[in-house]
Design a protein around this ligand. Sequence first.
Ligand code: KG4
Ligand code: ZN
Length: 341
Amino acid sequence: MKILAIETSCDDTCAAVLKNDQLLSNVISSQTDLHAKWGGVVPDIAKRAHNERIEPVIKTSLKRAHLKMEDIDVIAVTLGPGLAIALGIGVNKAKEMAIKYNKKLIGVNHVEGHILVNLIKNKEGKPDRKIEFPALAMTVSGGHTKLVLVEKIGKYKVIGETLDDAAGEALDKAAKMMGLGYPGGPILERLAEKGDKNYLKLPRPLSNQKNFDYSFSGLKTSFYYQIKDWPKEKIGQNLANLSATFQDAVFDSLLIKFRKAIEFYKPKTLLVSGGVLANLELRKRLRKLAKETKTPIFMPVKKQFNTDNAAMIGIAAYYKALRKEFVKDKEKLDRNPRLGL
Ligand code: KG4
Ligand code: ZN
């Protein structure tokens, strides 16, 4: 089965081609530069960029896979959650192509894509990861922070999520408060390496509660009030310390709940993913936690699998195709910005 997957839920225009669960090509046209000066994603700019880029990105993905449209069996596309006008461009393109070329069509949940990204294989069939169920997945990005119990592929239960900001969003906002660029996550990571993580005292919100939910807005507010009257020079001199302190508070919050959920649900495998997983310190701490709880952990094997991409939509579509979950009425397929798992 050959799958062409399309992802346009936020600010990356993406297309990928898979042969079953093996990735043949993965094209990502990032709009980060366009949005950077505004300090976040601007919907109108994203819409225009997706519109301009979607066709060349799809063409390139087919070319790199050495395939033509005739060779494709299934077209897959992200339905949500995400930015409505951005999602619409991918969904319309997928519908139009599925009708024109008479292909099967599959709608995919973006979060399911993030979870299953850990199952993608290369052309040699590697890595051949055996996931045992139940698995516990944590996806941490700029748009979501979720803990999901995976009873089997296709059967998910959200056991915890952020009540306000996503973890990546919190990192981005803290970076903005310090006058740093966007996205803030990678900038804080670099600065934090040389900083003192105990420089300020920051809360670990909800850490004493029994549930598995997260909250990052209190952390952000506490950070804001502690530095708001500082002169610019003082912030400038302490960028490493502030980055280390804030990043540590975010990662602590993530790890505290993840550990609690592992102890409660006793999963057989851990699956972690999302943009923030590009962070090496977070990866190190997750590996340590996995070791301590004696649970195998899988993380994205390529940097481009952490952030948004269409390969993850393709792998989720592959398993949906095995379950014959094709769209019945292609004309009626619609985006769903608030799609739940
Ligand atoms: O998954 P993603 O590309 O998009 C969403 O679906 O949101 O995640 C983007 C988020 C941003 O908040 C960004 O700051 C964060 O991932 N991020 C990082 C790193 N690289 C990206 N956070 C911490 N350390 C990094 N190295
Ligand atoms: Zn995402």
